[in-house]
Design a protein around this ligand. Structure first.
Ligand SMILES: *Cc1c(COP(=O)(O)O)cnc(C)c1O
Length: 447
């Protein structure tokens, strides 16, 4: 904390505490105001209106303190309102807020590019373009790959999620709610089966063979500019591919001149105990997309990759008004500092050590839990009715609603809505993890 800040850093006790019905009266009043003026197309999972947040806790306008296992979908990975990030962004806000990097540049953008070059996988010269959102990073990754290869085809995997812009709507697996009714969509997109060990039972090489055969038949390798993969699929339900799957895809891409793009928007930035989840699988992508966790909530995203690919674009072909904004870039530099100073890669591993066995214990008690999976602080459970084999989406919805009433925010996921995912801030203590799991246990028991 520096004394230059006008508002002293708030201290939010790291415990959950529910003092009203959920949502409370003030949240309900705000929700009425919102319904009059905010588009119904913008949904809120839990309409409690948040007033402040710190570490792993968010506090609503009624004074309810929630244990946040969602972190804004893995954005506040270093923790909510972490001191050094708040201070770096505040100081930058007072120095220069905007110039537009494509008019007159500034150091913070360059520093973020240096840090991304250093921490993304691969020991080769790398370059970066900064943009505002994950979807925009995906769009730019595709643009760059097309420019470099002179080809049009874009390959994606089943259960993928890449965003809500026109190109990314067409790249997602799920039509509703992301794309339904919003066409026409971008063309030249080819979808192939992924590796999903729980459901396909295939080992990595067999799953890769299936993916590759499919793409060779439906697209043809020579027409593909890029293959976009999430090393651990996010919205798809934290699907961890079988060992050897991603390296086999990489080998095929390299042999066929296809740019391999890792969408690490959800899995990157220390979440899984590595800077980027690709590292768990021996994957060295040509381009890496980062967003969510990179600036602790300030809007920033990046495409980082092989210099020769990144440089294929004509000058002026990449960029945008707000891309790599100085305040967001300063926050990102502070996030990288925080990961180092607090040993957050090891913290993500600690969280897995606490969470995985606790979830496996639940799995032994409740046969509804078909699988516990994930890496680091990116863990999930998939629910399948043991009698009927049906995806247990109803149970997932009930459990997420029940634990919210007790002050625990958990997110759902999965194409069929039958996955509960846990992606807390890396600042969460083992004690809070135990607390959250005991609340989950009660919700399963009550089901
Ligand atoms: C969230 C997400 C996106 C889209 O990011 P936005 O910032 O919401 O546009 C793309 N890919 C993955 C894997 C994501 O999790």
């Amino acid at each position: 904390m520096t004394d230059t800040l006008a508002v002293p850093h708030a201290v939010v006790p790291q415990e959950r505490k529910i003092v009203t019905a959920i949502p409370g009266p003030k949240s309900q009043a705000l929700h009425e105001r919102r319904k009059a003026v905010v588009s119904d197309g913008v949904f809120s999972v839990l309409p409690v209106y948040i007033e402040r947040a710190q570490g792993a806790i968010v506090v609503d306008v009624d004074g309810n303190a929630f244990l946040d296992l969602g972190a804004g979908i893995g954005v506040t990975t270093v923790g909510h309102t972490v001191e050094n990030v708040v201070s770096a962004a505040s100081q930058q806000l007072q120095k220069v807020t905007h110039t537009l990097f494509t008019i007159t540049p500034y150091e913070e953008y360059v520093r973020v590019a240096e840090l991304l070059a250093e921490h993304t996988p691969g020991d080769f010269a790398k370059k970066t373009v900064l943009v505002n959102s994950g979807a925009e990073a995906v769009e730019n990754g595709v643009k760059i790959a097309r420019r470099f290869t002179g080809r049009r085809g874009v390959a994606v995997l089943d259960h993928a999620y890449h965003g809500r812009t026109n190109m990314t709507m067409a790249m997602n697996f799920k039509a509703a709610p992301y794309a339904a009714g919003f066409g026409p969509f971008a063309g030249d997109i080819y979808r192939a089966p992924n590796s999903y060990p729980l459901h396909d039972g295939l080992d990595g090489p067999a799953a890769a063979k299936r993916t590759i055969q499919y793409l060779e038949k439906t697209a043809g390798a020579a027409d593909l500019a890029c293959l976009v993969v999430e090393p651990i699929q996010g919205e798809g339900g934290f699907i961890v591919p079988a060992e050897g799957y991603l390296p086999a895809l990489q080998e095929w891409c390299t042999a066929n001149g296809i740019v391999l793009i890792a969408d690490e928007i959800q899995s990157g930035m220390a979440r899984t105990g590595r800077y980027f989840a690709s590292e768990h699988f021996g994957l060295v992508p040509d381009l890496v997309l980062s967003a969510k966790g990179i600036a602790a909530g300030l809007p920033l995203a990046g495409v980082t990759g092989r210099a020769e690919i990144m440089d294929a674009s004509q000058p002026g072909g990449l960029g945008g008004t707000f891309g790599g904004n100085p305040v967001a870039a300063a926050a990102a530099v502070a996030v990288f500092d925080r990961i180092e100073s607090d040993g957050l890669l090891a913290e993500a591993e600690r969280i897995e050590r606490a969470l995985r066995p606790a979830l496996e214990e639940l799995q032994r008690k409740y046969p509804l839990i078909a699988e516990v999976r994930g890496r680091g602080a990116m863990m999930a459970i998939e629910l399948i009715d043991p009698q009927t084999g049906e995806y247990a989406a109803g149970a997932v919805t009930s459990i997420a609603a029940a634990v919210a009433q007790q002050g625990v925010i958990v997110l759902t996921a999965g194409t069929y809505g039958n996955v509960l995912r846990f992606l807390p801030s890396l600042a969460i203590s083992d004690e809070l993890i135990r607390d959250a799991v005991s609340v989950l246990d009660e919700a399963f028991a009550a089901l």
